[in-house]
Design a protein around this ligand. Structure first.
Ligand code: NCD
Length: 319
């Protein structure tokens, strides 16, 4: 694939290749010998000198934008940012996303795009393909629809902690209707055998049919419930998300699901608690010190996954 647009582009073979490369990047950064880390980092920083990555972010971001930026720089590429593109790009003057991408992709080898429209990265990929040397497009969050690189780092975290990607009881909970990370992750975990997914939310915020159709087509077992406590004791993975306030049509909707000390008591000793972050009240800060909390590890792994993706695109022109 020349662009990374949606989770559906990935199969288990492609995912394994990305994870192998992320493992290699991680080993270079996390060697037990500090002098080796510095040496590795110097060498990596020569790898893609002269290449350009542009972060075009129309929506707020901390982790995704910074991890793509630092990942690209770690590989020697330069990085341009339009971090408030909604305010500072020519979209203010009425330019279409397609025209902006046709411009930006002439300055860049890769454009990392976050935008409020569900189809934004598909529109961007088409715009880039209409030029002779258009940049690779990486979807860093398209509306409520997809966030494929987050799903890859989430899956990488599950593998890092459980040492397998199959035969897992996985809770995906929170605002699943508007949560693009949950939608992308559900698709990726459904590529592996014998995973059982429990979607936990209120009726109004449950997982949408298009994703459930993918799971049904792949023969993946799933249930939908609002009963967190009944589900927690059997879960291997608890993937928790915030209410996407900015995407709600009905601003009165609330998500009352919280993981705190009482919920920790109900979980298996080797369960893992994940969250794409940012969190609001849905995971108590006291949970952070529990060894099962893995959301800060997700943040760390995210950089290696993004290094792997950028390196593959810049080295081979495709993933
Ligand atoms: C998520 C996103 O932007 O979709 N954040 C992230 O990229 N880690 C989750 C969210 O905003 O709730």
């Amino acid at each position: 694939m020349r662009h990374i647009v949606e989770a559906g582009q990935f199969n288990t073979q492609k995912i394994r290749e990305v994870f192998d490369e992320a493992d290699a990047m991680r080993a270079k950064f996390e060697s037990e010998i500090p002098a080796h880390n510095r040496e590795n980092r110097r060498n990596l920083a020569l790898r893609h000198l002269g290449m350009n990555v542009i972060n075009q972010f129309y929506e707020a971001s901390t982790r995704t934008r910074m991890s793509f930026g630092t990942a690209a720089r770690a590989l020697g590429a330069s990085v341009e940012h339009t971090e408030a593109a909604k305010l500072f790009s020519s979209s203010v003057k009425g330019e279409t996303l397609s025209d902006t991408i046709k411009t930006v992709s002439q300055y860049a080898d890769i454009v990392v795009l976050r935008h409020k429209d569900d189809d934004s990265s598909i529109v961007a990929a088409e715009a880039s393909d209409s030029l002779p040397n258009g940049a690779h497009i990486i979807n860093a969050g398209s509306g409520k629809n997809e966030h494929p690189t987050q799903a890859l780092l989430d899956l990488y975290t599950i593998r890092a902690e459980h040492d397998r990607l199959d035969n897992l009881d996985i809770i995906i909970g929170g605002d699943l209707k508007h949560g693009r990370t949950a939608r992308s992750l559900a698709q990726l975990v459904s590529l592996y055998n014998d995973n059982r997914i429990t979607f936990i939310s209120t009726d109004e915020l449950q997982m949408e049919d298009d994703i459930l159709d993918v799971l049904r087509a792949r023969g993946i077992e799933y249930t939908m419930t609002d009963d967190l406590h009944a589900t927690l004791p059997s879960a291997d993975v608890i993937y928790w998300t915030r209410l996407q306030e900015e995407r709600l049509e009905n601003k009165a909707l609330r998500s009352h699901f919280t993981i705190g000390d009482a919920e920790l008591e109900m979980m298996q000793p080797n369960a893992i608690i994940m969250h794409p972050l940012p969190r609001n009240h849905e995971i108590a800060a006291s949970v952070d010190t529990d060894p099962r909390a893995k959301y800060w590890d997700q943040v760390r792994y995210g950089k290696y996954i993004r290094m792997a993706l950028i390196d593959k695109l810049l080295s081979h022109g495709e993933i």
